[in-house]
Write a protein that binds this ligand. Structure first.
Ligand code: KG4
Ligand code: ZN
Length: 332
């Protein structure tokens, strides 16, 4: 079964053709990041406009690269939540129009479910149940994936997502948006010499908080500039990355122990982080747990992951009508 998938929840316009939820026939991503960099973050209005301009071309390219015509497509999958509402609406309305014009079934996909499904594209042997850490620019969740379409949230951030903390702390350190990958690179050159907090959340063993860590970086930079002291940026990045790794790994391993999970999966843009990948590899190996991580090309937003999840949603009977709307915020 071939699914054409569309993703437009943030600042990438993406389309892909995926066969049986596992085989990527094409995967096209048009990034707007250079334009948003001018403003230090994603400007929602600009994102919507760029999606409008790009969505038709990106979809045609995905069909062309897969070597298929619209007639050979069995269903259309689309990200409908969560994300920037105006950005989501472009993909949703485009997919609805295409589904109506071609008389194909339309399958709505939750963006975080898509991030998790990115792992199915690279790991043929991976199937639920497993415990998944989803870390992106907008979300940080520990989720028990009991089946392809059933999920139980065990822990989550109470404030900033891990990627958001990377981007905001990075901005204060003088990196351009999105700062995650740049902090990661600098961290690999530095030594974690600065003391930063690892906040605990009252009343929950599995919830996380990143805003205090971000603020600690901002305070440290402000104090240093007031006193005219030099900050070693590589060392600060290494210290920040170590704190993020400590928080994520502590909560994930506690959740694994609690649920008795033997298989751990990581997903989302921040799963590209070298420190997180190395730390979770070591922790899982020490506990005899199997760890799956997406290849770097499927960590960030893309439509292939939406095509993978759309297949399993379709198999479980999920279909959208022409009443489908975009939703900015929606639990998994
Ligand atoms: O999943 P994603 O592409 O978009 C959302 O759904 O949010 O994640 C984007 C986030 C950004 O915050 C970006 O800074 C972060 O992923 N990111 C990283 C790395 N690569 C991307 N964070 C830390 N280390 C990286 N190597
Ligand atoms: Zn995402």
């Amino acid at each position: 079964m071939k699914i054409l998938a569309i993703e437009s929840s943030c600042d990438e316009t993406a389309a892909a053709v995926v066969e049986d939820g596992r085989r990527v026939c094409s995967n096209i991503v048009a990034s707007q990041v250079e334009e948003h960099q001018l403003y230090g973050g994603v400007v929602p209005e600009i994102a919507s406009r760029r999606h409008c301009e790009a969505v038709v071309g990106v979809t045609n390219e995905a069909l062309k690269e897969a070597g298929v015509s619209m007639e050979e497509i069995d269903a259309i999958g689309v990200t409908y939540a969560p994300g920037l509402i105006g950005a989501l609406l472009v993909g949703v309305n485009f997919a609805k129009g295409l589904a109506m014009a071609t008389n194909k079934p339309l399958v709505p996909v939750h963006h975080l479910r898509g991030h998790i499904a990115a792992n199915y594209l690279a790991h043929a042997d991976l199937k639920p149940p497993f415990l998944c850490l989803v870390v992106s620019g907008g979300h940080t969740h520990i989720i028990e994936v009991t089946d392809y379409t059933s999920f139980r949230v065990i822990g989550r951030t109470r404030d900033d997502a891990a990627g958001e903390a990377y981007d905001k702390a990075g901005r204060a350190m003088g990196f351009s948006y999105p700062a995650g990958v740049e902090i990661d690179r600098a961290a690999q050159r530095g030594t974690p010499t600065y003391t930063l907090p690892r906040p605990h959340v009252e009343g929950s063993r599995y919830d996380m908080s990143f805003s205090g860590l971000k603020t600690a970086v901002l305070n440290l930079l402000n104090r240093a500039s007031q006193k005219g002291e030099e900050i070693n940026r590589d060392d600060l990045c290494a210290s920040f990355q170590l704190a993020v790794c400590d928080i994520l790994s502590d909560r994930l391993m506690a959740a694994a122990e609690e649920t008795g999970a033997k298989t751990i999966v990581v997903a989302g843009g921040v799963s590209a982080n070298s420190g997180i990948r190395a730390r979770l590899s070591a922790e899982c190996e020490a506990r005899g747990m199997k760890l799956y991580m997406p290849p770097l090309c499927y960590c960030g937003d893309n439509a292939a992951m939406i095509g993978a999840q759309a297949y399993y949603e379709y198999q479980s009977g999920v279909r959208a009508s022409m009443e489908l709307n975009a939703v900015a915020s929606l639990p998994i």
